[in-house]
Ligand binder design. Structure first.
Ligand code: GLU
Length: 463
């Protein structure tokens, strides 16, 4: 069975780059009928892990990902790690190192002066004398001193390190007994039965160390997939300056979860030149071995484009529900809800914009934009509007945008004027400014009586 996991360190929110690796891990597990697990890497106990887990689960819920089994908290597993530390000590695969801080500093300075890589020199590896007093020893693992360490990476292919370039007998438990990062990650992944580790390639240099732990404990290695980072347009690692990093901020900005997931899956993975992927489609197509080898570029315009696509293709009922729940804009009971949302979903880049456009249409303007008035109310604009009122008053069965369109057409032909002569003043009269959807839709949305009332008010105020 394929078992993947997402293993964030608690930061208090789900990072956008984290959601990408979580999504890839989720897709691969689900596609294979496997499991997708969540582990909070909270060995630094000063951070609130409960809160971090809640934030992640909340963001998962928003985008529609679900993890299997109970959340694993590293902070609750000291006993597990202690057991393996003892086992390695018993087996002679790890040892106590009594080096003092001063000795370590001295070693480092000598190595730097000799232009050597700074590393532990193994002086307690085979120590069987009397330990110095007053030192809480750290525990170090016996790592290979020479030879090749090869990662058969699912994305990068064969990645090879020379042990002498990258390893030393690294610490697996500190002087106070607390276990270290690479040690616990390897143990947890093994005990959780993780078969494929899909994570950012900023962790690639940790992998040889984790492999040392796997081997020392006799665990089977998982398959590793190190996913290239997300970069900004300048080729640097994505930071807060380039865009929001908290996933929930994207919700607040009015992005649909479908758009965000589609955006993220395309950051580094492709299927021909296809751009639009529903979650179901991702589930049938995604394969981590076709993730790109090079970094992907974060491009917010692409996300906006996808978001507009998903808004346009959402049902009006879904949009109305979202507008109500997230923005307090209730159009459920509006008798022209369909026309309203049809008109607006063509124009809105995000849900926030959509929500903000609605009151501007269904509520009568309280003022008129000065510039727009100047532009639109030239010549005989007032007379044209008055004639239009007369026309509407005698018209029956005005319901659809096309019904209103016909009325406008009839007027411009009778008065032998261009469309702009009615269009512009009408827009200012109905909406107060030059923006917004087509006039025929606006009139259909607010209805005949309200249309007439708004025109009359404008005529009165602006003539
Ligand atoms: N906790 C690590 C992080 O948040 C991830 C570790 C891993 O995926 O192996 O970067």
């Amino acid at each position: 069975m394929v078992v993947t996991r997402f293993a964030p360190s608690p930061t208090g929110y789900l990072h956008i780059g984290g959601l990408r690796t979580a999504l890839l891990s989720y897709l691969w597990a689900r596609r294979n009928g496997g499991k997708f697990l969540l582990r909070i890497e909270d060995t630094d106990k000063s951070r609130n892990s409960e809160e971090a887990a809640l934030a992640i689960v909340e963001a998962f819920k928003w985008v529609g990902l679900e993890h299997d089994d109970a959340i694993v908290y590293q902070s609750a597993r000291d006993g597990v790690y202690a057991k393996y530390i003892l086992q390695l000590l018993d087996e002679g695969k790890a040892y106590k190192c009594y080096m003092s801080k001063d000795e370590l500093t001295e070693l480092r300075e000598t190595q730097m002066a000799n232009k050597e890589r700074t590393r532990y020199d193994g002086r307690y590896r085979d120590f069987d004398g009397t330990p110095p007093e007053g030192i809480d020893p750290v525990i170090r693992i016996k790592a290979p001193k020479t030879g090749e360490i090869v990662i058969d990476d699912g994305i990068k292919g064969r990645v090879s390190f020379q042990a002498e370039d990258i390893l030393d007998d690294f610490i697996i438990a500190r002087g106070d007994g607390s276990p270290t990062y690479n040690f616990v990650v390897a143990i947890d992944d093994a005990l959780m039965g993780v078969t494929e580790v899909i994570r950012g390639d900023d962790h690639l240099s940790n992998t040889p160390k984790q492999m040392v732990v796997y081997r020392a404990l006799g665990f089977d290695l998982p398959k590793f997939y190190h996913v290239p980072m997300i970069h900004n347009a300048d080729g640097k690692k994505l930071s807060k300056r380039d865009g929001a990093t908290d996933v929930m901020a994207y919700k607040e900005m009015g992005y649909l979860p479908e758009a965000l997931l589609n955006f993220l899956v395309r950051l580094g993975w492709s299927n021909g030149d296809q751009e639009i992927f529903s979650l179901d489609e991702m589930l049938t197509l995604f394969d981590p071995s076709s993730i790109n080898k090079s970094a992907s570029i974060y491009n917010i315009d692409k996300l906006d484009w996808l978001n507009a696509h998903y808004i346009k293709n959402s049902t009006n009922t879904a949009l109305a529900t979202l507008l109500h729940e997230s923005y307090g804009v209730n159009v459920h009971g509006h008798d022209q809800k369909e026309i309203l949302l049809d008109a607006l979903k063509e124009r809105a880049k995000n849900m926030k914009e959509l929500a903000e456009l609605i009151p501007g249409i269904i509520e009568a303007p309280t003022e008129y934009d000065e510039k727009a008035v100047k532009k639109a109310f030239k010549d005989d604009a007032i007379a044209v509007l008055e004639a239009f009122v007369t026309k509407l008053e005698s018209a029956e069965l005005l319901h659809l945008p096309t019904d209103y369109h016909h009325q406008m057409e009839a007027l411009v032909s009778e008065m032998e004027i261009g469309f702009g002569k009615i269009g512009m003043p009408l827009r200012v009269a109905l909406l107060g400014s030059m923006g917004g959807p087509g006039m025929d839709s606006v009139m259909a949305i607010i209805g005949k009586d309200e249309t007439i009332a708004r025109i009359k008010k404008a005529v009165e105020t602006l003539s």
